[in-house]
Design a protein around this ligand. Sequence first.
Ligand code: NCD
Length: 297
Amino acid sequence: MDLISIDSLSDADRDGLIGRAIACFEDVRSGKAAPALGDRILFNLFYEKSTRTLMSFATAAHRLGMAVVTLPVEQSSVGKGESLADTARTLGAMRPSVLVIRHQQNGAAEEVADILEAPVINAGDGTNEHPTQALLDAATLVRNFGSLEGKTVAICGDIRHSRVARSNAKLLPRLGATVRVAGPAKLMPDGAPALSVDEAIAGADAVMMLRVQRERLEDELGDAPGEYLRLYGLTPERLASAASDAVVLHPGPMNRGVEIADEVADDRERSLIATQVEMGVAMRMACLELVAGKSVA
Ligand code: NCD
C-alpha cells in the first residue's frame, strides 16, 4: 500500500499507526531493538529541503534494519531536465522496497505511486499534504492527553501554504478533536473562517504554530520587524489564554521571534516540539512497517 493522503487512510490503519508509533517511541527510549525489515531497501527522493523528515525516515529505516539510499537530487539527472515520471521509472527499475518522496508540486507523490510497483510514502507534496507529519502530531497529542476526544487544537500561521495544516485539519477531527485555524488574512486559504489568532488560541488544549513559508509567497508579506510576533505570533501572553494544561506544537523549522517567541519554544512544561521530532522517528518506523507489509506489532 501507499501512504499519500489522510483521506486514503482507513480508520484501522490510522489507529494502528498511532498505537504502533507510541509503542516504538517507548522502545526507542528504552533501547529495545526492533529489526524487522532487514532485507528491505528504502529510497529517499527529496526535491525540497528537509532536516526532520529526511533524517527521521532514514533513522526509522535503520532502526528497522533497512538499508537507506538517498538520491542527491541537486547532483542528479533532475538537473539535466529528466522528468518526474522518468525519474520514477528509473528508480523503480532498481526495485526499492519503499520510496519516500517530497516534491514542490501538488500531486507529485500520487503520480510517482501510479508508476512504481513499490509502496510510496508522501513526505510532502507542494501545499497539498504531509500525512506522516499529521500522524506524528496526532500520536504526540494522544501520548500526552490519552485521547483527542473533545480536545481543541488551534493551528495558527501560514495556513495557505501549509501541507501540515491541511493534513492535520483532516486527521485530528477524525480522532474527535475540534480544529480552529487562524492567521493573517494574506496567509489564509480562500473561504476559510475569519477567526483571529487570539480567538483560536483562547481555551485551546493544543496550539500548533506554523512557519511563514516566504519561499512560496508571491508577494512580500511586508511585515515590519517584530510586527508578525506582536499580531499573530505565540507569545507567553497569548499562550496564557489557552487551557491551563495546553501544549505547544510546531512542525519545524521555526522562525523564532516571528511565529513563536523563544520563551514559548523553549518552555519545558508546555513545548512538545522536541517530542514531535522524537515521535517523527517512531511514526516513520510504524509507517515503514505498514507499507512494507510486515508489521511486528
Ligand atoms: C514542514 C514541511 O516541509 O511541510 N516541515 C516539516 O516537514 N516538518 C513545514 C515547513 O516547511 O514549514
